[in-house]
Design a binder for this molecule. Sequence first.
Ligand SMILES: [Zn+2]
Length: 380
Amino acid sequence: MKKISITLLPIIFFVFFFIPVYCSYGQLKMAVPFPVQVYHGNDQTSIVYELHLLDSLKRPVKFISFTISADNKVLLQDSIYENLPKKKDTNRYVKYIWINVDKVPKLLTHKITYKIDGKIYSFSKDVEVNDVPVISIGLPVKKGIWYMEAGPSPINDHRNYTTATKSQYDSIQNGYKLGYCNQRFAIDFDKVWEDGLFNKNKGTQNTDYYSYLEDLIAVADGIVVGVIDSLPDNPNPPEIEEFKKPSDGTGNLVLLDIGNGIIANYAHCVAYSIKVHVGDTLKKGDFIAKIGNSGNSTGPHLHFHLSKPDYTKLERTDIMGMFIAAEGVSFVFDDYIEYHVVSGKFADNVEKKDEPFILNQPKKVRNTMPYNKDFIGVKD
Ligand SMILES: [Zn+2]
């Protein structure tokens, strides 16, 4: 065996240990902070996820294009992204993705072209899509017609909100997770009357709203893991009282663990209406609380979503942590009536306020997630 000269050792050491580190330093890094989720609508399937992007030297990045392809087909090509600053750390970026697909692809290829200090770079990265079983749950509300405000879709505040955290390096992805998107598939439930409105009178009292004091029920069997039950309702909708602390934004809250680390979140309940306690075991359909107008809420409604808290970073007694440091999970409702054609006035459609309110083509759907602005009918 040939001996390696002692003088060559530092060079070999440099080549094997320093070059790879040097090569990955000063480059854009990309992480998918939570596995690709699938939206299962009645007539639409979509893949929903984010890219978290950070240059390892933390320089400002200008993105020129994002190209996402699967099975040799381009699924998306654009240059849209958002900044996700955390205090003085400003050169952090997130790209929100919602792509309608015929069939859920197994592998997504990302090609990203970007500019740093006037120089153009590009890189490619593949992301696998895991085939996870769809979570089917019951409705959190009881009978009536309900409007899906800011519901699942690529464009609304629930979908496009990430709570920024300090960057967390993920060695498997060689990228940084920059925050949590806990409300990826959140829905604000508003009860609608037959005139198409959310409220009678002027809507300046909580009791004017048809949603107010409606029952909230368990969407699945589960264990209650969090309750906040003492925040007053905002008394004069649409005005929001000032929060004593930002964490009061959820208002009164119930967290129901429905298994596999997934939590059903019920926010803005009426103070002291919550009849469940941490540790209670609930059956699907059991009463939980009443709809209110507490927290960051412009009128009585239920904010609902499913999410997976990041228990590697928080205690199981940290209720607000379980709400915020969590990733929004896709789900479907067992069944409901979907209304396809809507005309006329209703609270969210000011342009057509002089036309009568008509819901047409009621259609029973099963194992479906509603879409933003859908009207759904719920049986008792
Ligand atoms: Zn909401």
